[in-house]
Design a protein around this ligand. Structure first.
Ligand code: ZN
Length: 107
């Protein structure tokens, strides 16, 4: 866990948090989208790369399109599964009902 861009990634996350906080507020107030004002992406973190260490080459990842966590679509980390009781129930039901009937049941 030796990330030279740690501080920049922190800024990136703060920017996203501020952005989504404002967005939720605007949505709740029903503000017209033309009157919404969002903070600009900070100049000092423009061009921030994902930077995750590649398994194969050991080089840092160069993806520029990042999620709020500061990593790209390949390095965001796996889902940790359903968290709420309702989600767990739903996931336990998956694949047990419905679906297309099989044409040939026996091998
Ligand atoms: Zn990456």
């Amino acid at each position: 866990m030796d990330d030279p861009d740690r501080e920049k990634r922190k800024l990136h996350r703060q920017h996203y948090e501020e952005f989504s906080r404002l967005h939720a507020q605007y949505e709740a107030e029903g503000t017209d989208y033309r009157q919404r004002e969002y903070p600009p992406y900070p100049d000092e973190i423009r061009g921030l790369t994902c930077g995750a260490k590649s398994k194969r080459t050991g080089n840092p990842c160069k993806q520029l399109a990042l999620f709020f966590n500061g990593r790209c679509k390949f390095h965001g980390g796996a889902s940790t599964g359903p968290r709420t009781k309702a989600g767990k129930r739903k996931s336990a039901r998956n694949g047990k009902t419905g679906g297309r009937p099989r044409k040939n049941q026996s091998p």
